[in-house]
Design a protein around this ligand. Structure first.
Ligand code: SAM
Length: 231
C-alpha cells in the first residue's frame, strides 16, 4: 500500500460502491486469489470513463472479467470492449461472467498471449487499460503506441508495485529485480516519449495515465522551436 492503510480505507469508504453482480465477482476473485483492480483503481477508472466517454476500449489482462464488466457498466452506453487473456481457466470464468451479465455482445474476449494478439489489432482505441504481467508492459509498448490515436488514453495499473519499484536491487528476489527494472524502463519511456504526456499517480498499486498528443497541437505549440514534428 503506497499511501497508508487508514487513508486508503477512508477514501475507499467514500465510494458509492458497484452493482451487486460486480460485488459478487469481486468477492469470488478475492476468495480464490484471482487478481482484480483495487477499489481506488476502480474509482479512477469510473472517473476516467465519465470524463472521456470512450466508445472503444482495449484491455490487456481480463482475469475473470471484473474490470471489463466494470468498464462496460460505467462506460458510455454504446461502448465496446476488447479484452485479452491467456489463462484457460480464467477465460472460461470470464466468458461465463460476461454471459450472466448479459454483456456478451459488448465485450470481445481474445484468447492467447497479448504479445501476439496486439500485433494483429487495429486502432485507434480511445482508451487502453494495461493490466497484465508487469514485466511485459515494456514489450507491449510499441504495439500499444500504434493502437493509440491523438487524444487516446493509456491507463497502466500496478506501475509502482506497492512502492517496491524503488527498492534496492539487493532487497528483492532476482525475479522481482527483473520485473522492477522493466517497470522503471516502462515508466521512463512513458515519461520521455515526445508523443505522450504521462502522469504517475500513487493510486492503488500505482497508476500511470498517458495521453497521446495531438500532433497538430504539438506542432502549433512548438512553432519555431523545432523543424520536424516528433510524433
Ligand atoms: N483486469 C483484471 C481485473 O481487474 O479484473 C485483472 C487482470 S490480472 C491483474 C492480470 C491478468 O493478465 C491475469 O489473468 C493473467 O493471466 C493475464 N496475463 C498476463 N500476461 C498476459 C499476456 N501476455 N497475455 C494475455 N494475458 C496475460
Amino acid at each position: 500500500m503506497i499511501i497508508g492503510e487508514r487513508l486508503t480505507c477512508y477514501i475507499d469508504s467514500l465510494d458509492r460502491g458497484n452493482t451487486p453482480f460486480l460485488d459478487e465477482i469481486e468477492k469470488y476473485a478475492l476468495a480464490h486469489q484471482i487478481p482484480v483492480v483495487r477499489k481506488s483503481m476502480q474509482s479512477l477508472l469510473k472517473f476516467l470513463l465519465a470524463a472521456r466517454n470512450p466508445e472503444r476500449i482495449l484491455e490487456i489482462g481480463t482475469a475473470i472479467g471484473f474490470s471489463a464488466l466494470l468498464m462496460c457498466e460505467y462506460g458510455p452506453e454504446n461502448s465496446r470492449i476488447t479484452t485479452i487473456e491467456k489463462d484457460g481457466n480464467r477465460i472460461a470464468l470470464a466468458r461465463e461472467n460476461f454471459r450472466r451479465a448479459g454483456k456478451e455482445a459488448k465485450i470481445t474476449l481474445l484468447e492467447g498471449d497479448a504479445a501476439e494478439i496486439l500485433q494483429n489489432l487495429e486502432g485507434p482505441y480511445p482508451m487502453i487499460f494495461m493490466d497484465a504481467a508487469k514485466g511485459q508492459y515494456i514489450h507491449f509498448l510499441p504495439d500499444i503506441l500504434r493502437l493509440m490515436g491523438p487524444g487516446s488514453l493509456l491507463v497502466s495499473d500496478n506501475v509502482l508495485k506497492d512502492g517496491d519499484v524503488i527498492q534496492s536491487r539487493f532487497a528483492v528476489t532476482r525475479r522481482n529485480r527483473t520485473i522492477h527494472a522493466r517497470m522503471r524502463e516502462y515508466l521512463y519511456e512513458l515519461k520521455h516519449r515526445p508523443q505522450l504526456e504521462t502522469v504517475v499517480l500513487p493510486v492503488g498499486d500505482g497508476a500511470a495515465l498517458s495521453v497521446m498528443r495531438d500532433c497538430a497541437v504539438d506542432l502549433c505549440c512548438n512553432a519555431g522551436q523545432r523543424e520536424e514534428p516528433s510524433c
